[in-house]
Ligand binder design. Sequence first.
Ligand SMILES: [Zn+2]
Ligand SMILES: [Zn+2]
Length: 265
Amino acid sequence: MAFPAPCSLCGEELKEPALTGVCRLCWASLEPWRGPACDSCGLPFASERPGDASPALCAACRSGEFQLDRTRSFSLYSGSLRATILQLKFHRRERLGKRLGGLLAQVWDEMEGELAGKRAVLVPVPLHVSRQRERGFNQAELLAQGLAARLEKIRGGRVPQVDARSLGKIRATPPQTGLSVSARHENVRGAFAALRPERIHNKKIVLVDDVMTTGATLSACAQALRSAGAQTVCALTLARATPEFLDTAVGSAGAIVDDIGSGRS
Ligand SMILES: [Zn+2]
Ligand SMILES: [Zn+2]
């Protein structure tokens, strides 16, 4: 990147070289969600659920909708995190992707219970080959690499390995944006498959992606991994889009309107 250049988020001129294009102040504003959340899928709640017995579960987890053992997101899909993810997706920014992946290390400990005793495998949510060719990279893979590198730096030892080849998207799907929850699940059903099931069998898998909205994509991936014999399937995403907060609106017909628009959520 040419220097001096403006910060890609706030537009202020960068005072020092920033290879990711984001200034120090904007980066510091990316903070993990510390409010109340669903114990199982990590969905942030706008307020504490009064009188709720523990564990606190969201409606989807109560009805057993997800195929995942545990899900966590770094923070809400809003404000500067949302702006940074859009930067990552629509401009080829490898360093930004890896740096953002490092943020996931801050919520890694919340999955310790599920991951104990075995070296976990990070599986980025795959793009269909036609989409990956068009974009030139898979942002989820960059995030997984950044997470693995960060964990190695802060704790060393048995850090998870990244496996971006054992799960594939075998069918291209129309974008999820604008679809209702059930239509989203239908849209991605059977779209993913284990390409190397022997690498999945008996493993503790952590799916990695940028944004989780309804969890339909992650559930479809988890289903494919379970069919291949995965022992546990958790998921980590950078951001969580939820109608309880403003940036994701739910339309009158139950259609979820977001600006993710990459053919998945
Ligand atoms: Zn800035
Ligand atoms: Zn939940």
